[in-house]
Design a protein around this ligand. Structure first.
Ligand SMILES: NC(=O)c1ccc[n+]([C@@H]2O[C@H](COP(=O)([O-])OP(=O)(O)OC[C@H]3O[C@@H](n4cnc5c(N)ncnc54)[C@H](OP(=O)(O)O)[C@@H]3O)[C@@H](O)[C@H]2O)c1
Length: 271
């Protein structure tokens, strides 16, 4: 189904992540005629009206695509423009609904989404959490961007986000490492291309068969063979699981720090 924005719709901030979502929506044939991008640089976004300050209208849909650190700078003027029909969709990692609600109080709903960059090609993961029936509407709008998962608990958002939001960075670095090891061991030419096709093929195969990694790796590794020798290193004393667990825990810890920094405990900070 073609994605339809409630209009007027504002995309406040359109960098890496909001820009990737725009690409995903564009691929899905979205109508951007009622959409405005607001960004300080005014850098044009292809096919969408782009301005540097908030327009003189009451938006029905506002997506927050700036960094969490900018929230206090942006929220007062934004809150003054929003109305009781406005649905606010926040991409801000670690900033809870209650913190957003305290700064943008009089809107119909606040919905958080923690997407990942593959939304640009409709292959993202998008955990969603927020209030009431607006969640359903936001889910419909996001559906062309990938796998949308509505979570009951706000903590569920951070847990999925820690794997899927940051995940492309970890998987991309694993691809680099695979390619570098290939080059170091005599692969000529496009080692990264080979590593990527290996990742894509493996993921697609696991999706098609429903196997988990242990099951699939058993099918690759024959007893006493080459893969088994490699796996013995990768899994020595839980090396891989331990490294990944520490990586995810560090991201979750940082998310909590950001949430705390944004939490409203000083009412004088409110506009
Ligand atoms: N990147 C990810 O993978 C990822 C994943 C999940 C969630 N997120 C969340 O997505 C949000 C954006 O991250 P990003 O990586 O896309 O950042 P980014 O590439 O740095 O983009 C930030 C955007 O915010 C705009 N901006 C800065 N100050 C502003 C202001 N005062 N008013 C309005 N817009 C302003 C910038 O405008 P200019 O373009 O004019 O400079 C830019 O378009 C963050 O809150 C992050 O937590 C990101």
């Amino acid at each position: 189904m073609t994605p339809a924005f409630p209009t007027p719709a504002w995309l406040v901030g359109c960098g890496n992540m909001a820009g990737a979502m725009v690409e995903g929506w564009r691929r899905a044939g979205a109508d951007f005629s009622g959409v405005t991008v607001i960004r300080p640089s005014g850098t044009p976004v292809d096919g969408i009206r782009t301005v540097t300050t908030l327009p003189n209208e009451t938006p029905r849909f506002v997506m927050l695509g700036f960094k969490p650190q900018k929230l206090d700078e942006v929220a007062p003027s934004l809150a003054a423009k929003c109305g009781p029909d406005t649905v606010v969709v926040s991409l801000l990692a670690g900033v809870e609904v209650s913190s957003l609600r305290a700064r943008i109080p009089l809107v119909r709903a606040i919905v958080r989404v923690l997407p990942n960059l593959p939304v640009a090609i409709g292959a993202g993961v998008l955990p969603v959490h927020g209030d009431g029936d607006a969640v359903h509407e936001v889910v419909e709008l996001l559906r062309p961007l990938g796998l949308v998962i509505a979570t009951e608990e706000e903590d569920g958002l951070a847990a999925i986000g820690a794997i899927a939001g940051a995940g492309p960075a970890y998987v991309a670095r694993f691809a680099d490492a695979l390619a570098e090891a290939g080059t170091a061991n005599g692969v000529e030419g496009d080692a990264l291309g080979i590593a990527l096709q290996t990742l894509v093929g493996t993921a697609a195969l696991m999706q098609a068969t429903g196997e988990n990694g242990r099951q699939l790796s058993k099918r690759v590794a024959s007893p006493g063979g080459t893969t088994e020798a490699g796996l013995a290193v990768l899994e020595e004393d839980g090396a891989l699981s331990g490294l990944v667990a520490r990586t995810i825990e560090a991201a979750i810890r940082r998310g909590r720090e950001l949430a705390q920094a944004a939490a409203i405990d000083r009412p004088e900070r409110l506009a």
